[in-house]
Design a protein around this ligand. Sequence first.
Ligand SMILES: [Zn+2]
Ligand SMILES: [Zn+2]
Length: 260
Amino acid sequence: MAQAAPGDSLLGRQDLHVHTTMSDGYVPLEELVRIGAERGVQIGVADHVSRRNLKRFVSSEERVRRYLDALEAHDVFVSGEFCWCDDYYRDLPDEVMARFDYLVGSNHGFNLPGGGMGSPWWEQLPPEWSGRPQELMEVMVDELCRMVRVMPIQIAAHSTLTPPALYALEDDVDAWWTEAREDRFVEALAESGVALEISNRYRLPHDRLLSSALQAGVRFSLGSDGHGVDQVARLEWAAETARRVGITDAQLFVPERRRK
Ligand SMILES: [Zn+2]
Ligand SMILES: [Zn+2]
């Protein structure tokens, strides 16, 4: 694995959220390892381990075992991106879960009161929510707080991803991520010890939330969420953002490898 030279910052040199062809990425593992070495970036593979997409994702125990075997044979951190909307982590045996160096958890769908799931990618609000956008935002933030408290994860990925339908109504991040909501989420992160991902792909979170998380002692990780050759091991925006808000190596979540 690419080693950071002494005195060099780890910022931008650890990409802890990368996909491969083992789920919905386009880069085979071997090529990803080569690209990481070439770009001087340590890679944490976090393919989707979820039944949300049975075909493309690592969605059966047998597939999880094969996935872990493949990662353990390479010079990468062993991770997986688990869905808040699918509690698969509860169904996998402990000895399988113990083979991951760290776990990533993501809001790819959140529970709505009265049943059904909301999506952070909604371009349009369904009719029953169209008159209540603030209420929907409130629900999503509550769900994010529950996610970091309930899931056995070390990193919350692209957590402030907010439905485009809301930004279509009001194009100001503060209208949705109010200080009160930010405070609630930051408190949940601080209490759970879950690191906040700075997503190079989605360019999230916004500076104010990062600053308040920094103040609260939350840790951070940088992830490309890369699926293609042009994205993996690319952390320029994330590293620049971390530096801008004053995050240093001391505030980074740094995984340890379980296998020797
Ligand atoms: Zn995701
Ligand atoms: Zn991802």
